[in-house]
Write a new protein. Structure first.
Length: 142
C-alpha cells in the first residue's frame, strides 16, 4: 500500500510538470487525471467512465463502469485497489492476466525521455500520472 505525505505531493506536481503536460502544471490533480483518462482510458471505459467506450463491445467481458467503484465498495472509494489496477500490480480478471494494458509500464516508456532532473526518476513520474488518474476517478463516482 502506498502512503502519501507532503513530499509526495510536491513530487507529484513536479512529475506532472516534466511529463509532457506543460501548461497543466497549475491544474488540480483531478483535472490532469481527466486529460489522461480521456487520452488513455476512454476508448474502453467511455468518456464518462461508464464502461461504454467505442471498443467496449469488442471485449468478451465489458469494461467496468468506473463510476460505481465506491458504490460497489460500500460507499468508500477503493483508492489503493484502483491505483494497483492501473499500475498493473493488481490482477483484473476481465483482462486475463494483469495486462490492462499495464499503464505503469506505458507511462514509464513515455516518461523516460523526460527524466533529466536530478533526484526525479521515471518511477516517480509514473506514480504522479497514476495518482492523477485515481484522483480523477474519485470525482466521477455516483
Amino acid at each position: 500500500m502506498m502512503f502519501l505525505d507532503k513530499s509526495c505531493s510536491s513530487l507529484f506536481l513536479f512529475a506532472v510538470a516534466i511529463s509532457g503536460l506543460g501548461a497543466a502544471t497549475q491544474a488540480q490533480p483531478a483535472m490532469i487525471g481527466e486529460a489522461l483518462f480521456k487520452e488513455n482510458c476512454a476508448v474502453c471505459h467511455g468518456a464518462a467512465g461508464a464502461g461504454d467506450g467505442p471498443v467496449a463491445d469488442l471485449f468478451a467481458q465489458k469494461p467496468r463502469n468506473l463510476q460505481l467503484l465506491a458504490k460497489e465498495n460500500n460507499g468508500a472509494f477503493p483508492f489503493s485497489e484502483t491505483y494497483q489496477a492501473i499500475d498493473g500490480t493488481r490482477q483484473i480478471g476481465a483482462h486475463g492476466n494483469s495486462e490492462m494494458p499495464v499503464w505503469g509500464d506505458l507511462f514509464a516508456e513515455e516518461a523516460n525521455p523526460h527524466t533529466f532532473h536530478p533526484g526525479i526518476d521515471t518511477r516517480e513520474i509514473v506514480q504522479g500520472r497514476i495518482l492523477s488518474l485515481v484522483y480523477y476517478l474519485q470525482t466521477v463516482q455516483q
